[in-house]
Design a protein around this ligand. Structure first.
Ligand code: IDP
Ligand code: MG
Length: 136
């Protein structure tokens, strides 16, 4: 039985630039999840480093940090039954080439370098990311 939990998500700079915010938010709401907090803001280099520290050794890491700090994102705290897994399934696979049609990445993203949306992968990481991006 799924519990009510919180997750952290952000609409990435590519999707904000391309005016996809409204469509993405309506999918989240339509799924039954609740947007508890939402803010348009720039991610700092420090926040991007912390959020993606598991990828520090990857060749694409410098590009990832530049991409994530290169324009505003929409930061969100989202709550609901099984919110972490539900957001991950709404988002689709990390690589948009593998993301199913009907998922956010499957429908809006072109390649893995700019894949439209972030979502926490566990309840523990969600708590950490909410503190990192909303500061509490
Ligand atoms: P996730 O965003 O689905 O949780 P992670 O493996 O945590 O996937 O990777 C974080 C982010 O790093 C991805 O969303 C994507 O922006 C970027 N990324 C992951 N793998 C690649 C890659 O192979 N090339 C370029 N960017 C990547
Ligand atoms: Mg991840």
């Amino acid at each position: 039985m799924a519990a009510i939990e919180k997750t952290y998500s952000m609409i990435k700079p590519d999707a904000v630039r391309d005016r996809k915010v409204g469509e993405i938010i309506s999918r989240i709401e339509r799924s039954g999840l609740t947007i508890e907090r939402m803010e348009l803001a720039y991610v700092t280099v420090e926040q991007a480093d912390e959020n993606y520290k598991h990828l520090k050794d990857k060749p694409f890491y410098p590009n990832l940090i530049a991409f994530m700090t290169g324009g505003p994102v929409v930061k969100m705290v989202i709550s609901g039954l099984g919110a972490v897994a539900k957001m991950r399934s709404l988002m689709g696979a990390t690589n948009p080439l593998e993301a199913a049609p009907g998922t956010i990445r499957g429908d809006f993203a072109i390649d893995v370098n700019s894949n439209v949306i972030h979502g926490s992968d566990s309840v523990e990481n969600a708590e950490r990311e909410i503190k990192l991006f909303f500061g509490e």
